[in-house]
Design a protein around this ligand. Sequence first.
Ligand code: MG
Length: 257
Amino acid sequence: MIELKSAREIGLMRRGGHILSEVMDRLRTSVKPGMSTLEIDTDVEEFIRARGAVPAFKGYRGFPATVCISINEEVVHGIPSAHRHVKEGDIVGLDLGCIVEGYYADCAFTLAVGDVPPRVHELLDVTRESLEKGITECRPGRRLSDVSHAIQTHVERHGFAVVRAFVGHGIGRALHEEPQVPNFGDPGRGPQLRPGMVLAIEPMVTMGSWEVKILDDGWTAVTRDGSLAAHFEHTIAVTDSGPEVLTSKTGGSARAA
Ligand code: MG
C-alpha cells in the first residue's frame, strides 16, 4: 500500500529537503582534491545537526556514516573513510538523507572534481536530465512506470546504461516505503500517481554495463566492468498541480536545486 501524506507531513519533509538542498550547495564548493571522504562526512553531519535535523543514514541497517560517498566506478553506498581521498578528475557521488520530526528526505548528486573528459561530463548531465524527465512524470493520473520509462529512455538514447539492482522508493516516516521506483521499464504500468504520494527518484547510470557487484565491506556497490557511474536523486511530492521537488529550495527542477 502506498501511504498518502498530509500537507503537514509534506511540510516536515520539505523542511528536511531544504536542509539537504543547502548541504548540496555547500558540497558543490567545499569538496576539493586531497580531502578525505571522512572529512566530507563529518562536515555534513555537523551541518545537518546544527539545523536541528538528524542524519538519516547513520545507523540505518548498520551504515556507519551520514553520507554515502561513491567515487568513479562505485555506484552507491560507499563508506566514508579517513584513508580515502578525493582526487582531481574523480567523479564523486554524494547521497544523503535527514529526518525532521520523524519524517525523512533523501537526495543525491554526482560531482566532477576538477577536469574530466567531455563524455564523463555527459554522463553526469544525462543522469541529472533523466531525473528531471522522471520528475516531470510525477503528476496525478500518470502511472508509476511512466516515471521509470522516461528515465530509461533518456539514458539509453545517449548510450549509457541504467542500473537494475537498485531502485527509487516511497519515503515518509520510513526511509524506504512502498512503492519501489525502478529506473527502467515499459510505460503505463503500476499504480496511478495521486496527490500526497512522496517518492525518492534516483537514477543510477553507468558508462558501460548495468551490472553491479557488492564489495567485501558489504556496502559499496561497484560496476562489474569497472565503468564510471553517476547517481542523482530528489524527494518529490505529487501534488494536484504537478511535482514539487522537496529537496530543492525552489520546489522546481533538479537543475535548479
Ligand atoms: Mg534513496
